[in-house]
Design a protein around this ligand. Structure first.
Ligand code: COA
Length: 349
């Protein structure tokens, strides 16, 4: 039977380091507040004009493809997860296809924010299991720094997010017991507006009245940003941080346990949990709830902040590079974020 294994993994973060101290130049915040609430010490910001979500993705992809021992010409399909695409449309998948001079293969963009990479991996896994494709490039990449509110008004969000990219080559294998064991995808749209960027969009304030109406309001014909919308900061993401936190600490353990139970495994079988790097406090809560040892969980949010769709592949890449993931290890990926959507994947490395 065909399964999919991660044949190569790569990651890329911009050189430009932004510390918590640096952010104090723009907003009323402190290193102490940010570290205490999120664990974040610094993050990377892409070059304003020379780096995009796609160019970072290409750098990560080159490494993943080389480590898989193949060339860009061998890639059969691209699945690209991002919430910060280069263009409103088309998606970043086609830009990678062009930049890497690939064949005229299919390219699919996934819009599932923080759980985007696990969703992307799951989609790619299905194509491989059916025998349709052999080598799929799965990418998560974000350039958040282009669209955050760096005034005090936006500080609850802007201190959290960073830029970067990660990619894997998912490859068909017949080796028994290796590769993706199962993936588990969920959503609950009732809280869609609690972590969202409403504009540009076609909603014309259809979904939500008070109290978010003023924040969301987009008059018909002005979905591509009127001056008034910009003045009211309606062009920036919105997050109800405490509500996200409360839901995340329930759904992370739930979706991890779902994956383990489905496969007759327990938390003791996990060699490495790679949680989406939303907030160090969330990861610590999940670790404690599942009674996992420190060596069973990998976190690097301290250096990179929350890079949304890129956070899991960057963390997976670093854990592997540091020798913390070895052949035959049971790796669990778990994510939660905007939508809300949440997901997990179990992989035998
Ligand atoms: N620096 C200093 N003060 C800040 C701040 C910042 N960067 N951001 C918010 N504050 C202030 C608030 O204005 C508020 O002040 P007030 O009490 O005078 O009104 C106070 O800190 C507490 O705000 P609150 O939002 O209740 O803080 P919190 O303890 O919930 O922490 C988050 C905020 C965002 C860190 C936390 O809610 C969180 O991590 N949520 C989950 C976010 C997440 O994971 N998002 C990604 C999802 S994938």
């Amino acid at each position: 039977m065909l399964t999919s294994k991660i044949a190569g993994i790569g990651c890329y973060v911009p050189a430009n380091k932004i510390t918590n101290e640096d952010l104090k130049e723009y907003m009323d915040t402190s290193d102490e507040w940010i570290q205490e609430r999120t664990g974040i010490r610094e993050r990377r910001y892409a070059h304003r004009t020379e780096e995009t979500t796609t160019t970072m993705a290409v750098e990560a992809s080159k490494i993943a493809i080389e480590r898989a021992g193949i060339t860009a010409q061998d890639i059969d399909f691209i699945v690209f997860a991002t919430l910060s695409p280069d263009y409103y449309f088309p998606g970043c998948g086609v830009l990678v296809q062009r930049a890497m001079q690939m064949k005229e293969i299919g390219a699919l963009d996934i819009r599932n924010q923080c759980s985007g990479f696990v969703y992307a991996l799951s989609v790619a896994d299905q194509f491989i299991k059916t025998g349709m494709y052999k080598n799929i490039l799965v990418i998560g990449s974000e350039k958040h720094s282009f669209g955050l509110d760096f005034s005090t008004r936006g500080r609850n969000i802007s201190v959290i997010f960073g830029d970067g990219a990660g990619a894997v080559v998912l490859q068909a294998t017949e080796k028994e017991g290796q590769g993706i064991i199962s993936t588990h995808l969920h959503s609950d749209g009732h809280s869609a507006e609690l972590l969202a960027m409403y504009n540009p969009g076609t909603h014309a304030n259809h979904w939500v009245k008070e109290p978010l109406a003023d924040y969301i309001d987009a008059p018909i014909g002005e979905m591509f940003m009127s001056k008034e919308m910009i003045d009211k900061a309606q062009n920036f993401p919105f997050m109800d941080g405490p509500a996200v936190f409360k839901k995340a600490i329930v759904k992370f353990p739930e979706v991890i346990m779902e994956a383990l139970i489905k496969n007759g495994l327990t938390t003791a079988d996990i060699n490495m949990l790679i949680p989406h790097q939303a907030n160090l406090r969330i990861s610590q809560f999940v670790q404690q709830k599942l009674a996992l040892r420190d060596d069973q969980v990998f976190n690097n949010i301290q250096q990179y902040g929350n890079t949304t769709a890129a956070s899991i592949p960057i963390a997976l890449c670093e854990a592997w590079q540091q020798g913390k993931i070895k052949e035959d290890d049971l790796v669990c990926l778990a994510a939660f974020g905007s939508g809300f959507t949440w997901a997990s994947a179990l992989i035998r490395w």
